[in-house]
Design a protein around this ligand. Structure first.
Ligand code: SF4
Length: 293
């Protein structure tokens, strides 16, 4: 069969589902390529992760077109035999980084997040590391709430045993942190920890960030904390979290819930905080001249 793939979101971040679909078809001897409008395919798979990405309106010649991903439908899932495939990293020319999930699901059901609806409210193990890692130097872990998974110890142990540089790309839930979990995380050779402080009124998160601030390896550049803005928070609540995090030795990173409709000052805040060169030289937002970049 001749298979065409379309990454509707663009190619800036590899689409894991497409890499697995590619691997599954190649295992059956099928030809797989990025779909072009002049070719005819047996099947074209179109994947879209983000709801805000416009659909691809190009017409493809195919006997069947399959659309999937949270950008199309929250309930769409890969069949198990494809989901369990080792990803075809060659599709994106990726040589030394592995991407994947060891667990899925989250019990929190935050209003702004689709994970509970999409993956369920029970964090559960879905794979061993060998399912998507085979010696690469870097691992980008995509788990939404690894610390809520009953198998966290085993899974963190697998990451530690890999000796790879691990980027916990999604927020590790600091509210669930214990001394034992922190020690297991520190056994991992991580390149980046991500936490989240989504609500300025959430003092549990604040207290836990304080409690564990001196535990982590490396300096503040490896302790990033997502700060959700434009969702039930005021500008002063946003600034409070940014300043508090910097004071504690974490690296704040602004996320905007609805960027298109966000107030200008929120977008300027994001530009100031997330541009680390500027953030480290201009101490206060009031001194940041947004017109200069
Ligand atoms: S804790 Fe994180 S993954 Fe879980 S629902 Fe909230 S934002 Fe989503």
């Amino acid at each position: 069969m001749k298979i065409g793939l379309v990454d509707v979101d663009g190619h800036r971040f590899p689409n894991l589902a497409l890499m697995k679909i590619s691997a599954w078809h190649k295992n059956y001897g099928d030809t797989v390529e990025w779909a072009g409008s002049l070719e005819h395919y047996d099947v074209v798979y179109m994947a879209k992760v983000f709801t805000f990405t416009p659909d691809d309106i190009q017409s493809y010649q195919a006997d069947e077109i399959v659309k999937g991903g949270t950008g199309y439908d929250l309930t769409s899932k890969l069949p198990n035999e494809i989901e369990s495939c080792y990803p075809d990293y060659n599709l994106y020319g990726i040589e030394d980084t592995a991407y994947g999930y060891l667990s899925r699901g989250c019990p929190r059901k935050c209003q702004f997040c689709i994970v509970a609806e999409k993956e369920g409210m029970r964090a559960h193990k879905v794979a061993n590391l060998s399912q998507f890692w085979s010696g690469q130097k870097y691992i980008k872990l995509l788990d939404p709430n690894l610390l809520a998974c009953p198998d966290w110890e085993n899974l963190l142990g697998q990451l530690a045993g890999s000796g790879a540089w691990v980027d916990f790309t999604q927020g590790l839930d600091i509210r669930l942190m214990t001394d034992k979990k922190a020690a297991a995380i520190n056994n991992v050779k991580y390149s980046m920890l991500h936490f989240a402080w989504d609500d300025p009124h959430d003092m549990v998160t604040y207290d836990k960030l304080i409690k564990y601030k001196d535990v982590w390896k490396g300096d503040f550049r490896r302790r990033r904390v997502y700060v959700l803005t434009n969702f039930n928070s005021s500008h002063s609540g946003d600034l409070f979290r940014v300043y508090a995090l910097r004071e504690l030795g974490y690296d704040p990173y602004i996320m905007i819930y609805d960027k298109i409709h966000a107030p200008k000052e929120t977008r300027y805040l994001q530009r100031w905080v997330n541009n680390k060169r500027i953030f480290r030289t201009i101490k206060y937002f009031k001194d940041y001249d947004h017109t200069r970049g």
